[in-house]
Ligand binder design. Sequence first.
Ligand code: HEM
Length: 506
Amino acid sequence: MNAGVGKKLATGIAAVTNNHALFCHSVKFRQETNRSNPQTQDFGSALPYEAIPGPKPVPLIGNFWRFLPLIGSYPRDNQVELVKKLKKRYGKIIKLSSLPGRPDIVIVCDPKDFEKIYRTEGIWPKRDAMPSYKYYRDHVRNDFFDGVGSMVTEQGREWHSIRNVANTPMLNPKVASKYIQPINEVASDFVERMTRIRGRDEMLPATFSNELNKWALESVALLAMDTRLGCLDDPESPESSDAHRLVEAVLTMMKLTYDLDVSPSPMSAFRRKEFNRAVDVQIDISMKYINRCVERISRKEGESSETQSILEHVLTTSNKTVACVVAIDMLHAGIDTTARSMENALVHLSTNSRAQRCLREELKLVLPEVDSPVSQEDVLKLPYLKACIKESMRITPTAIGSLREVGKDVVLSGYQIPKGTVVAMYHVEASNSPEEFPEPQKYLPERWLRDSEEAGRGDRAYAPSARNANPFSFLPFGFGPRACIGQRFANLEMEILLAKKMEGDV
Ligand code: HEM
């Protein structure tokens, strides 16, 4: 398994310069924060924008050279390391200016500033993301997309119209409950596959991260295409199968999104062609299953919308192009993120035998029958399981930060930030800050349990409650109207797989 947990940047829509963002972890927190007014300092009396600390641009070449090998101070640093270095040198707010072809970026690390930023975003938050995919849609395959924008890349009214179509089924708990059984089946197949692929020494293969991508794709295909693809089949699907081609296409696209949008090079023209081919495959395969679904809908006219699947709902309220765009958004945003978050949780647990014991104890009580399906009610009775996942996402979030264009003039860390400035909120800094989470590097799921009695039970550790932290310091799925639309499903997929995996190990 990958040892570099925490250093991974989610590609897809994730990771600040590659553009991901986050969501609040409890309704209670949301109500509490609504009561306070984060705008405490008057704009006019704040320090000017120009005075924000940060690397000073050199005449003609700006700040670009700082990221070059040999001469730069931050050559090819991953973003977590880069921000740590910048924060140590300049403080909690840093301005990165004079980067070729990019606007200034203001980096912030303080959760109090995150709240102020999210409070300015209004009903149509702006988060620029994946320019390569946008270019493909607007210029390469405009014939197919015909102006339909994607949730991940669009802004303003265009973003709102596609997000609205997807919100209705994806945020409906009754629709989600229809997926519990198939998500269970995918998880059981994956646990069986884990047993098959273990070596004689019982170790998982070095390709285990890729196996998790297959599990995440198999789960997302349920939502996006109403189908089981067969990514976990034994014997493996042939190279010409949809499962094989889609895994390759999604992984290629995710890798090239990073190369093209974050780290462009002289090879970019060749990579763009490969990128375009990878999206072509996703369109072909998604459309095949969307067409099948259209036939199914025509056979069962008159069904209530509550019994419809997400895809059926999108097709009956919109059209096939919109359904395909939503499906591709899910493929982009729902695979790498869920697979990496699951991998991180497994790594944290594998190195923490006490947490493993506590989790098994809880599972034995709630799910005495190994192999029985995990229901939504079961999950509600498994607070330690949920806490294990949360704690892993706190220490090693897959989306390390989030971009926004500020919607109003705002004061951040005492400096004026004019409306329209691009800010990068580094959530990973806040969720690992000792001010918010004492002993931040310690994996203590107990932080997330509701009361101290529960925390002290059996082998459980006493831990400082996460409830004392600023609610904006832990936002693994973003915040506000642009928060992750797949959060409910991602959590269900991870909870059910983790429960089945740990149960099976007893
Ligand atoms: C553990 C897994 C996941 C994590 C950590 C994650 C995290 C995020 C984050 C941080 C954002 C940006 C939110 C913002 O800017 O405030 C986001 C957006 C998004 N996520 Fe997820 N996500 C996960 C799984 C999924 C899944 C399974 C799906 C789909 C089935 C999905 C679909 C999306 C989409 C479409 C967006 C863009 C929403 C928009 O801009 O309107 N995500 N996700």
